[in-house]
Design a protein around this ligand. Structure first.
Ligand code: NAD
Length: 448
């Protein structure tokens, strides 16, 4: 099919490249001339594993093209996906200006019947509003159908997720729209759930809010484990073996961040508030997360009292590994809190240094390597579980520190290795028994 994608961010570009890979003819449009220039030259403007290879392949096959002209992108499109950003607005609701502009462009430029698919995460009712907006703007007498088709990919494994998603949600009240979207996705063989538009919009928020709740819940259990002498990894494992609970999203740490969970939780809270409903659990989820992001600061303050003049190495800045996305990353909160308390901060991340420079306060020093950040440091804060920090070479680099104190915000370091290196090690959620035992017993049993 002939497809146009509006917005070439993490969602739009991955969707465009993957739809080309399964045989569609895709044109991606963006208002960012720099991004489109890079894409036309075959370069991915952000870090996403596996995407560059697929981009090159599809450009060579001439199934994928890029433009800054909405008119060109929509010229022959049968389906238009809206994948522009919906960042948090000042009132806590998503800022829908990009979406409104994109909708106006559809009204102006489509000259044939088309299916408009809202892939951006939007408050319940938005797709219907866009429908009215576009109807009022149409410059040509064409039939425009609508569907809400929320996206569930994860940054860092976005390509894999697009080909192996758990479900595709198609929200529409029009049979022909549902048929067309099924046709688009048929080669993926992913289960499809058909709903009305509002339910599809809600599924996205409910899913992200639930995952955020799982994270805040396990973090609360971790904090309690520390106080009661239990070990969070063993507790999480024991919980996760229950299929009603599931093992995913039970990793304790310094809370969730990123471009989706914080803003989607806030938006759902706002939607609830506007409809006169008090969403108590979700209020607590957000509150717990805010506190959890400062947990390592609390631990450091307890360790030293006064943090003034201390040199702190921040290792890992992206909100999670395998992405360069720094939006709402917990590292931003930790860096600001350390600076406020008078500490010096040296920061390093394997891929997100470019984005970090634009988002972290000016006083932060940027180190070219983990080793350089650790040089002469009083403490290290591991904030993203990059694979690099779990290698033996990293443990050896800790010897460059002035004082070998490590706060592990992701529980990704090996406690026994830390002990061997003489490190004063602070993980999250481990009481007196400081290493997970359930895992090792389980592994020994398997070895037998
Ligand atoms: P992004 O900020 O990375 O990219 C958005 C792109 O849209 C930018 O390149 C911007 O220049 C472009 N744009 C803005 N206005 C435009 C217009 N009028 N015409 C053409 N292009 C325009 O955003 P993202 O992270 O890809 O997220 C897109 C949407 O998908 C959001 O609603 C987000 O909540 C949702 N989502 C994101 C993820 C994720 O992991 N990033 C996952 C699921 C859903």
């Amino acid at each position: 099919m002939k497809i146009a994608i509006v917005g070439t961010g993490y969602v739009g570009l991955v969707t465009g490249v993957c739809l080309a890979e399964i045989g569609h003819c895709v044109t991606c449009v963006d208002i960012d001339h720099g991004k489109i220039g890079q894409l036309q030259a075959g370069r991915v403007p952000f870090f996403e594993p596996g995407l560059a290879e697929l981009l090159e392949k599809q450009q060579q096959r001439e199934r994928l093209s890029f433009t800054v002209s909405h008119a060109d992108a929509f010229a022959r499109a049968e389906v238009i996906f809206l994948a522009v950003g919906t960042p948090q607005g000042a009132d806590g609701m998503p800022d829908l200006r990009a979406l409104t502009e994109a909708a106006c462009a559809i009204g102006r430029y489509v000259r044939q019947d088309v299916l408009v698919v809202v892939k951006s995460t939007v408050p319940v009712g938005t797709t219907h509003s866009l429908q009215s907006l576009i109807a009022g703007q149409l410059a040509h007498p064409v039939k425009v159908r609508f569907a809400a088709n929320p996206e569930f990919l994860r940054e860092g494994s976005a390509v894999y997720d697009t080909f192996h998603g758990d479900r595709i949600v198609i929200g529409t009240e029009e049979g022909e729209a549902a048929r067309m979207l099924e046709e688009v996705y048929r080669p993926l063989s992913i289960p499809i759930l058909h709903t009305d538009i509002r339910s599809a919009e809600m599924i996205k928020y409910a899913s992200n809010a639930f995952l955020a709740a799982k994270i805040s819940f396990i973090n609360e259990i971790a904090n309690l484990c520390e106080r009661l002498g239990a070990t969070i990894e063993d507790v999480a494992r024991g919980m996760g073996m229950d299929q009603r609970i599931g093992e995913k999203f039970l990793r304790a740490g310094i809370g969730y961040g990123g471009s989706c969970f914080p803003k989607d939780v806030k938006a759902l809270l706002k939607m609830a508030e506007r409809s006169g409903y008090s969403f108590s659990i979700l209020q607590a989820v957000e509150q717990v997360n805010g506190r959890q992001q400062l947990l390592l600061i609390e631990k450091a303050a307890k360790r030293w009292g006064d943090l003034r003049g201390k040199r702190m190495a921040l290792l890992g800045l992206a909100f999670k590994p395998d992405t360069d996305d720094m939006r709402e990353a917990p590292s931003l909160v930790v860096a600001r809190a350390l600076l406020e308390r008078g500490a010096q901060v040296a920061a390093y991340d394997p891929v997100s240094m470019g984005n970090a420079r634009t988002l972290l306060p000016g006083q932060v020093q940027f180190a070219a390597s983990a080793e350089a950040a650790l040089e002469g440091a009083d403490a290290a804060f591991v904030l993203t579980e990059w694979e690099e920090f779990t290698r033996p070479a990293f443990a050896r680099q800790l010897q460059r520190m002035k004082a070998k104190v490590v706060f592990d915000g992701r529980n990704c370091l090996d406690a026994s290795v830390m002990r061997e290196q003489g490190v004063e090690y602070y993980p999250i959620g481990r009481g007196e028994v400081s290493e997970p035992v359930l895992t090792s017993i389980h592994e020994k049993r398997r070895e037998r």
